[in-house]
Design a protein around this ligand. Structure first.
Ligand SMILES: *Cc1c(COP(=O)(O)O)cnc(C)c1O
Length: 380
């Protein structure tokens, strides 16, 4: 059997173990410590975010963001439908209702036209949304000028889900720094990983301080344990932050490698009938976390996304359908949704290709050979 090719696997650099060894040698194993502070500084310097809190996951970061914005039971929060469930789950943790908005076809992210329709309609029905969660899916920035203008016009804060977009930018500004708050993820499959972790970004120092306070059990200043608010155990450990510091040193290389994967796939597969890639609009810079394609059976002699996925799987190559939209998920079937059919079509035809920064040339060629065998059998 050929060796397994993963969709996106961890890729350590040379220095992570030094940082972790330092944590061991100084016995800064838990909970906080100098690597946490250092990782927060590294992230702030890289993204240009004013302030950063390192946390246990991207999901925890989203949850704290909603708490900080005062989202409570009975509130509504607008969320991009085309995303991973972790974008929406924290809305429900707060007892609020997600309102899903469909995507536009250029970036696959929140459609600004539908966003405004949704806001107007929710207000007309008596509930003004308390926050908007756009996502930079697969690393491609959302249309932030339009989204931020609408958010400002209706005075609704934006929580930017940049979990997949560290290293991406929009008009030369890093993803995760547009909203009142932004979140990053360092889960194992993301562009860099701390084995598990996340971060909350923002320019309001008070909010980020409050996030650190809530993330460490909301302990008041007193010699005994005193609490006047409900707290959470959401902070990143010093060991994980050590891995993160090492990963930050290679982040630019990781982005370059993932972008090179995309270019190679585009060059080798871009002319196959019925296969389309997502292009960067002018001013958009994607980290190309995952290379995604659409497979249109009406133009590919009937070949479907599933035909390709299964053929790859038989050769021990992991690929994956794109995220199933939240408005089509059983768990969210009663949530309001403003849809135009885009996310549903993307889900029907979309495939994520192996995209790790540690893929070799022969790994990429194995993927391409399968495509050629399935789509151009007469030529092989
Ligand atoms: C990974 C991811 C998250 C959650 O991050 P975790 O660190 O895994 O909790 C949230 N939103 C999106 C879009 C993601 O891809």
């Amino acid at each position: 059997m050929n060796t397994k090719i993963w969709l996106s696997s961890p890729h350590m650099g040379n220095r992570e173990q030094e940082y972790v060894r330092d944590a061991f040698e100084t016995n800064w194993i838990a909970p906080l410590g100098p690597h946490v502070d250092g990782f927060e500084r590294d992230l702030a310097a890289y993204t240009g975010a004013g302030h950063v809190a390192a946390l246990s996951s991207g999901t925890a970061a989203l949850h704290l963001a909603l708490i900080l914005l005062g989202v409570e039971r009975g509130d509504e929060v607008i969320c991009q439908s085309m995303t991973f469930s972790a974008s929406a789950n924290p809305i429900v943790y707060q007892g609020a209702t997600p309102v899903f908005v469909d995507s536009e076809t250029d970036t696959w992210n929140m459609d600004p036209v539908l966003l405004e329709e949704a806001i107007k309609d929710r207000i007309a029905r008596g509930t003004k949304p308390r926050a908007i969660i756009p996502v930079h899916l697969y690393g491609m920035p959302a249309k932030m000028d339009e989204i931020m203008a609408i958010a400002a016009a209706y005075d609704i804060p934006v929580v930017e889900d940049a979990a997949e977009a560290l290293g991406s930018s929009y008009r030369d500004r890093a993803c995760g720094t547009f909203g009142q708050l932004g979140i990053l993820s360092f889960n194992g499959n993301k562009i860099i990983t701390t084995s598990g972790g996340g971060a909350l970004t923002g320019n309001d120092e008070q909010l980020i301080r409050k996030a650190r306070f809530l993330a460490t059990q909301a302990r008041d200043a007193a010699p005994h344990y005193q609490h006047s608010q409900i707290g959470y155990n959401y902070r990143m450990s010093n060991v994980c932050a050590g891995i993160g510091r090492g990963q930050m040193e290679v982040l630019n290389e990781r982005v370059a490698q993932r972008r090179a994967n995309y270019e190679y796939y585009l060059n080798q597969l871009g002319d196959l009938p019925g296969i389309t890639f997502v292009m960067e609009p002018e001013g958009f810079y994607s980290n190309r976390w995952l290379t995604t394609i659409l497979v249109n059976p009406a133009e590919s002699n009937g070949v479907t996304r599933e035909d390709l996925r299964i053929a790859l799987e038989k050769e021990n190559i992991e690929s994956r359908p794109v995220w199933k939209p939240m408005h089509l998920q059983p768990v969210f079937d009663t949530a309001p949704a403003y849809v135009n059919g885009t996310a549903e079509k993307l889900f029907d035809q979309g495939l994520c290709l192996p995209s790790g920064s540690n893929l070799t040339q022969s790994d990429l060629d194995r993927v391409i050979n399968i495509f050629n065998e399935v789509m151009q059998p007469q030529k092989v």
